[in-house]
Ligand binder design. Structure first.
Ligand SMILES: Nc1nc2c(ncn2[C@@H]2O[C@H](COP(=O)(O)OP(=O)(O)OP(=O)(O)O)[C@@H](O)[C@H]2O)c(=O)[nH]1
Ligand SMILES: [Mg+2]
Length: 359
């Protein structure tokens, strides 16, 4: 057994079966993104959700046996659990249970580089922890160097921890507010200097950073891994006698935890206040239509909808598609086909940006 081994379970409701294969794959990629190794994965159909344990008694017996046999002690359930469900499951399965929000928070925590990024993730984690009756597998536990994943502290301890958490949260919010005001000033200067800002948004792993590097001759990390970029990066670019600013942003994913969206509000503001949005889409992904919907949903949540004509659909990774008919059908007024990796269609895209900025 390897310490990083984990079980991945994707529960779905039998009547919906909605994208279950995709979600299971995505769940495995999430686990990989934080260097855990998926020992076994399961997709389980439920008649209904059990309020106490999410999955049903039969599932629990089955997994308990599997866990014992494989001596794995961490299980990832690709849904959001209530604190009670999480605690009950941990007791029943005799293993640490992480839910989707918990895992995404862990990934973000391991990626944050900038001061703001770190503070934002810490805020989101603390808010998440505070909402739990039992401790989640996050920073506090590690800081304390305690017994690791298993077990929880007593009620008294929880009360005093909750108070501590509230104080910490307030301190963090203050610090973040300070950073936001500096950001606002920078943004105001950019507006005054009339430098157009172009934000690259899209589902995680769609190729934003690869395109960003191409457009700005930069070298930010691009990797076949979910949430490779977390902090947004702004770089200048100059073409056809105008200065432009490009912003590479954090990738989106379906059911992005709301605590995260809230905590990253100031980073997402870069998108809100941009002059133009490039929506980078991975055409080689079987679920690229669904991914588009998810991205538009999150954009809408932060107050942007497509009506402003502010979004250019950039269909990326065309080098992976052999079927020219398929590609042909995708082209219309609003779309540009590119391969960020191979540099196909980049001039077209630049022209489109130029046109949009001037009108
Ligand atoms: N074949 C092909 N691969 C590409 C293309 N663009 C990006 N990739 C690959 O897709 C993977 C993800 O690319 P990134 O640029 O890191 O994607 P991202 O959208 O920034 O991802 P996150 O920061 O994780 O949200 C990398 O392995 C890239 O090499 C492309 O046009 N064609
Ligand atoms: Mg990236």
């Amino acid at each position: 057994m390897n310490d990083n081994d984990i079980f991945v379970i994707h529960p779905f409701l039998k009547f919906s079966k909605y994208k279950q294969k995709y979600y299971l794959e995505e769940a495995k990629s999430l686990v990989k993104a934080i260097d855990l190794r998926c020992r076994k994965s399961f997709s389980i159909g439920l008649e209904k959700i059990s309020p106490k344990t999410f999955i049903n008694k039969g599932n629990i017996l089955y997994f308990k046996k599997q866990i014992k046999e494989s001596s794995v002690d961490v299980v990832f359930l690709n849904v959001n659990l209530t604190p009670i469900q999480q605690r009950n499951l941990e007791n029943e399965l005799n293993a640490k249970v992480i839910d989707r929000t918990g895992l995404i928070l862990e990934i973000f925590g391991s990626r944050a580089n900038s001061n703001e990024g770190k503070l934002s993730v810490e805020l989101a984690s603390l808010q998440f922890q505070k909402s739990r009756l039992v401790r989640s597998w996050t920073h506090l536990e590690r800081q304390r160097g305690g017994a690791g994943f298993m077990g929880g502290p007593g009620e008294k301890q929880i009360e005093s921890d909750k108070r501590q958490l509230t104080e910490k949260i307030n301190r963090l919010k203050k610090k973040i507010r300070k950073i936001i005001s500096i950001r606002d000033i920078q943004r105001y200067r950019r507006k005054k200097n009339k430098v157009p800002v172009i934000a690259l948004v899209g589902y995680t792993n769609s190729g934003k950073s690869t395109l960003f590097n191409k457009l700005t001759k930069s070298n930010v990390l691009s990797k076949d891994m979910l949430f490779a970029s977390l902090d947004s990066t702004i770089r200048k670019s100059f073409f056809k006698n105008i200065n432009l600013l490009f912003v590479d942003t954090v990738g989106f994913i379906s059911d992005l935890p709301t605590t995260l969206v809230d905590s990253f509000k100031s980073t997402l503001d870069e998108i809100i206040y941009s002059d133009l949005i490039l929506h980078i889409r991975d055409v080689s992904n079987d679920y690229y239509l669904e991914q588009k919907k998810e991205v538009l949903k999150i954009l809408q949540e932060i107050g942007i909808d497509n009506h402003e004509g502010k979004i250019i659909d950039v269909i990326n990774k065309v080098d992976l598609i052999d079927n020219t008919n398929k590609l042909h059908n995708l082209v219309d007024e609003k779309t540009i086909l590119i391969s960020a990796l191979e540099g196909i269609g980049i001039d077209n895209l630049k022209n489109k940006i130029y046109q949009k900025i001037l009108t």
